[in-house]
Write a protein that binds this ligand. Sequence first.
Ligand SMILES: NC(=O)c1ccc[n+]([C@@H]2O[C@H](COP(=O)([O-])OP(=O)(O)OC[C@H]3O[C@@H](n4cnc5c(N)ncnc54)[C@H](OP(=O)(O)O)[C@@H]3O)[C@@H](O)[C@H]2O)c1
Length: 317
Amino acid sequence: MHTSPNDRVKLGATDIEISPLGIGTWAWGDKIMWGYGAGGFTDADLRQAFDATLAAGVNWFDTAEIYGFGRSETLVGRFVAESGADVKIATKFMPLPWRLRPDALLKALRASLDRLGLPTVDLYQTHFPFPPLSVETWMGAMADAVDAGLIRAVGVSNYSMEQMGRAFNALDARGIPLASNQVHYSLLHRAPERDGVLQLCRDLDITLIAYSPLEMGLLTGKYTPENPPPGGRKLRYRQEYLERIQPLLALMREIGAGRGSKSAAQIALNWTICKGTVPIPGAKNARHAASNAGALGWRLTDDEVAALDAASAQLEA
Ligand SMILES: NC(=O)c1ccc[n+]([C@@H]2O[C@H](COP(=O)([O-])OP(=O)(O)OC[C@H]3O[C@@H](n4cnc5c(N)ncnc54)[C@H](OP(=O)(O)O)[C@@H]3O)[C@@H](O)[C@H]2O)c1
């Protein structure tokens, strides 16, 4: 089956219809990791990324209260209001160590809605399964937010198979499906295939939202040992690692050339879609957004997926 940018898939077992790829907005307002601001990329670049996303048929954005300390939500909200576009918005609640009561979630949610300028958010996700409050406690607060009409669907992020099962059961007791688990998944990070998360998502009709599907830019092929990524990424992905992944990138380019000039990034994103997940590549400008949407409308063959699986098998980031 082929996907096109105008295709829609259901978010888990909800009636929310999303494009098979969304856009991630961690970088929108983030100076430390991504270099937002003068000398890097600006609000004008991000507005163009927003417009290019919609023009390409992609209808949803992933943000979080902590991205840019609220700046990402503010920018997304501003662009939604200015464009008047009908888009779906996913955001996230961070269980910070001083948030020790379940009503902290409703308070944080109201602050997110204020920044977004929206009465309701389509998907609200717990960002991490941090203690001390239990999975069940936070899911109870999520269910209250659904009942209050403040969110349409509930998701989690960075949850293990066991934590995801507990979240599913807690919500199920309130008659609400667990819509999604957002986890790190890329050709260079395939843990969800081994740790049971991908399989449980399939079994329970939970959408696996794949974050960092381009491995923070590495799978675009633009970074090499001679041209490492800037900032914090340079420490995370060492020169030796950049060398080791070059054969995989060469294969991706070869497959892309055989597919009518698909880029390495488009191959990386299409691979995550072939695995039954929904990727959310980050975009800093219109070029990124339009190019990443080019991962839709076609599909790698089973043989190509198998070749990419084999080439990436020993390359875990
Ligand atoms: N739930 C969580 O804990 C969690 C964690 C991480 C991310 N996320 C979500 O997942 C989203 C995506 O992950 P990510 O931002 O970490 O990494 P990513 O999507 O793997 O990579 C994004 C970066 O790659 C570069 N890039 C993107 N498209 C490109 C293109 N077509 N051509 C050339 N370069 C391109 C850009 O950075 P440069 O140009 O600077 O290289 C961009 O910021 C985030 O925005 C966020 O919404 C969630």
